[in-house]
Design a protein around this ligand. Structure first.
Ligand code: UDP
Ligand code: MN
Length: 269
């Protein structure tokens, strides 16, 4: 294959809906890069088929793979399961450079320039800005780095039980060493910023290139009125009406019509 790819991850059919919308958003912004998704056995074959209609690569990864000794040892640390799964992205060595995107992100504007950045480039986390948020990061696939990350996970673990705590410990000089590895916040605009710093969101929100729906309120869990075709976010998500609508517009026009009735049930709330 060669070249460069956007990479995401889905361990079940719900997150796969996010991955599908994300892939279409990338295509709509005219990216020249390839699209890859890591899936685990929890993703149904019907959903994999949908994924392969828009992703160039649907790569199965398995956190329970008994042939992998490091995996088995990790199993004794169940909170690291999902961490391990994301780490698989370093194994996509058919690509030279990749940008990982969480399945709950949406690309609003072409962001291909991210591929000019070096590993590990990421945007600050809203909760602790000396940590990077691991929902969007630029990296270079490498089996050597993958092995080091697994070894590190076994020895040091993750301070938050997730991939972000692990990656921040591993790439520990991110906060102070090289400002070019600090992505502007507009490449990972965390949805909580919309209410935690509303004036800044009003001032700069229009510049957002990638929005990240962090937390439990995922776009596919919002109430959607099938008559009016409008999403009706509740409470804290109400500031996100506009961007959530963009997510649902893609979902309604490009994804929902092609899902089987059983799969359509995944997204009805
Ligand atoms: N993920 C997944 N299945 C899960 C949980 C997470 O596939 O059950 C993947 C998915 O790509 C997701 C990413 O891991 O976007 C990180 O999780 P999440 O986005 O829920 O964390 P947050 O951004 O809310 O901290
Ligand atoms: Mn996320």
């Amino acid at each position: 294959m060669g070249g460069s790819a956007w990479v995401t991850l889905a361990t079940n059919d719900s997150y796969s809906l996010g991955a599908l919308v994300l892939a279409h958003s990338l295509k709509q912004t005219g990216t020249v890069h390839q699209l890859a998704v890591l899936v685990t056995p929890g993703v149904t074959s019907a959903m994999r088929e949908k994924l392969s209609s828009v992703f160039n690569l649907v790569q199965e990864v398995n956190i329970l793979d008994s042939r992998d000794e490091a995996n088995l040892r990790l199993l004794k640390r169940p909170e690291l399961g999902i961490t391990f799964t994301k780490l698989h992205c370093w194994r996509l060595t058919q690509f030279d450079k990749c940008v990982f995107l969480d399945a709950d992100t949406l690309v609003l504007k072409n962001s291909d320039e991210l591929f000019e950045r070096e590993e590990l480039s990421a945007a600050p986390d809203v909760g602790w800005p000396d940590c990077f948020n691991s929902g969007v990061f630029v990296y270079r696939p490498s089996l050597e780095t993958y092995d080091k990350l697994i070894q590190f996970a076994l020895e040091k673990g993750s301070f938050d039980g997730g991939d972000q705590g692990l990656l921040n410990l591993f790439f520990s000089d991110w906060a102070h060493k090289d400002i070019s590895k600090h992505l502007p916040f507009i490449y990972n605009l965390c949805s909580t910023a919309c209410y935690s710093y509303l004036p800044a969101f009003k001032q700069f929100g229009a510049n957002a290139k990638i929005i990240h729906f962090i937390g439990a309120q995922k776009p596919w869990l919002q109430y959607f009125n099938t008559e009016t075709k409008k999403v009706q976010p509740s409470g804290e998500s109400s500031h996100l009406q506009e961007v959530l609508q963009l997510w649902w517009n893609i979902f309604c026009s490009l994804i929902h019509p092609h899902l089987s009735p059983a799969m359509q049930g995944q997204s009805q709330h």
